[in-house]
Design a protein around this ligand. Structure first.
Ligand SMILES: [Zn+2]
Length: 547
């Protein structure tokens, strides 16, 4: 039943594509975007042999060699360092020294010792200092947002200089999605705290956040390193030398932190839920210390180039991206310690390889040049993409668009597609046309509260002012017998960043092939249109990052 329904849909859609006159046909008459090729790439990249492709490991390097040789076999030119397909990214990793973290609350003569993993957990091991140690008064700063233009000031009644700032994770629910995403980011919150003179940050959780992200997920896999990329001057990205501790508190830790506060923790939660700015002294001192071990190494982005055919436009580039790394091995689940990352993001990489192969074999070359970029360090904080976006192997101003693929879920026959970021730039209209051409319905962001537009590699390009899209499957499907939202919700709950994100021959690779075609058409139109893509006038990201 399931299979036959699916075959009919696929057949109907390929007929549609044939009549639409788009150039998706290979010489055999079959669609040139091959479900079988995507399946094969995923099968290899998600094999246990690659041990979860953690940045800096042999498993990741094997995956990189695989992608580089695929690029070579398509006839694409190397686009990395010194005529190779690799752009080496210099990294520092930091691993927490087990048992060396402590957090004391000092309230007059009374000292409370919080227990690591129970009351508190490091937000990230310290990447700057191997030993950090600070004793300071604590001030509370709502969501840690300081932004006159949106009339939200969480630092109004406090002086954070030399102090530790406690703040809620996320941003007010009432914020429109792109603002929510920007202000909810760790980098915004920590940078703002640093700008106000803070020496440490304690992150608190609202009940909604406790529901969204179970504490257990935050305390698992503590042995995995945090990372930052190193610039030539020795600076770290991200790196906040002023900060001596980034810690998350559980409810028990938060309540203890508020033991001397004039405002009870529950009232602070209520005000946060109402989105109200708030700031006050907590009347307590925190002594926190931690230790981490550092290691320096490099790990490559894999870069290939298809030179454009237009004498003028060929100096400009569209960058396709997909992250190649995953989270490696870790705490075993049902006896399985390998976090294979089939959907996250062997699938996106495989789809990008199909896009690359089709560009390389297209009868007419695109006008602009195309870069295909398999990224390292995404799971460690969008690091490989941030490195490339800040140190591109082509002139930065000549990058006109980024098209990213990450965790494209092949759980059902896809009839809807989402292009995250479509509402921000002229790329939205291009995506509309491409979707129509392959017979897919383009739908708006179905879960704005998940702030997906800032959670994958396109955001590194957005921060450099480059209009970007992140193509993903829609939530719903017209295919009979599939409940899209439930399948996605269950997958996110049971398999996201878990060993069960594995290769499965029942994955819907046909959907991956169609989405790859969709993504190909977006790039092809951008490559052949004289005018560069532009941010929409007055767009939030244009205001924040536009050049
Ligand atoms: Zn991931």
């Amino acid at each position: 039943m399931r299979k036959s329904t699916f075959t009919i849909i696929t057949a109907a859609l390929s007929t549609l594509a044939a009549f639409s006159g788009c150039s998706n046909k290979g010489q055999s008459g079959q669609t040139a975007f091959s479900p079988g090729a995507i399946s094969a790439h995923v099968r290899f990249l998600a094999d246990d042999l690659l041990e979860g492709r953690f940045t800096g490991t042999r498993g990741y390097d094997l995956a990189a060699a695989y992608v580089a040789t695929q690029f070579e076999s398509y006839g694409l030119e190397p686009g990395g360092d010194d005529g190779t397909y690799y752009q080496q990214v210099p990294f520092r990793s930091a691993v927490r020294v087990a048992g060396a973290q402590s957090l004391l609350l000092i309230n007059g003569g009374k000292t409370t010792k919080l227990v690591e993993l129970q009351d508190f957990v490091l937000r990230t091991p310290d990447r700057v200092h191997t030993k950090s140690n600070v004793t300071a008064e604590v001030v509370f700063a709502g969501f840690g947002i300081s932004e006159p233009v949106i009339n939200h000031e969480d630092y109004a009644n406090i002086d954070a200089r030399g102090k530790i700032v406690a703040m809620f994770d996320r941003a007010p629910d009432a914020f429109v999605p792109n603002e929510l995403a920007y202000y909810a980011s760790t980098s915004y919150k920590v940078q703002t705290a640093v700008a106000h003179g803070a020496v440490g940050v304690l992150f608190l959780r609202t009940p909604a956040e406790e529901e969204r992200v179970p504490w257990q997920r935050l305390t698992a896999n503590q042995e995995r390193p945090a990372m930052a990329w190193r610039d030539e001057a020795g600076g770290l990205h991200p790196g906040w030398p002023e900060i001596q501790g980034l810690v998350r508190l559980n409810r028990s830790g938060a309540e203890a932190l508020f033991q001397n506060s004039k405002v009870p923790f529950t009232d602070a939660v209520t005000a946060a839920e109402a989105g109200k700015p708030q700031s006050f002294d907590l009347g307590i001192t925190v002594r926190m210390s931690s230790r981490s071990r550092h290691h320096e190494f490099s790990s490559p982005n894999v870069v290939a180039v298809l030179p454009g055919s237009d004498p003028v436009l060929k100096d400009e580039y569209i960058v396709y991206t997909a992250h190649l790394d995953h989270v490696g091995t870790g705490d075993p689940v049902n006896g399985d310690p390998v976090y294979n990352g089939a959907h996250d993001n062997a699938v996106g990489t495989a789809m990008m390889l199909e896009v690359a192969r089709n560009f390389a074999s297209a009868e007419t070359r695109p006008g602009r040049s195309i870069i295909f970029l398999a990224l390292t360090g995404e799971e460690r904080g969008l690091l490989g993409s941030d490195y490339f976006a800040q140190n591109p192997t082509v002139p930065r101003d000549n990058i006109v668009a980024n098209l990213n693929l990450d965790m494209f879920l092949l759980l059902f026959p896809m009839t809807e597609v989402v292009a995250f970021g479509a509402e921000h730039s002229s790329l939205g209209a291009v995506a509309e046309r491409a979707a129509a051409q392959v017979g897919l319905k383009l739908t708006p962001d179905p879960m704005p509260e998940e702030t997906i537009f800032v959670r994958s590699d396109q955001y590194s390009f957005v921060r450099q002012g480059v209009p970007s899209l992140y193509v993903d499957t829609g939530l719903n499907t017209d295919a009979a017998g599939f409940d899209g939202p439930t399948l996605i919700r269950e997958w996110l709950k049971n398999s996201y960043h878990k060993p069960s994100d594995e290769y499965d021959p029942a994955m819907h690779f046909e959907s991956g092939a169609r989405a790859a075609h969709f993504n190909f058409l977006i790039g092809m139109e951008v490559a052949n249109t004289k005018a560069r893509p532009t941010w929409n006038e007055g767009d939030f990201f244009l205001e924040k990052f536009g050049q």
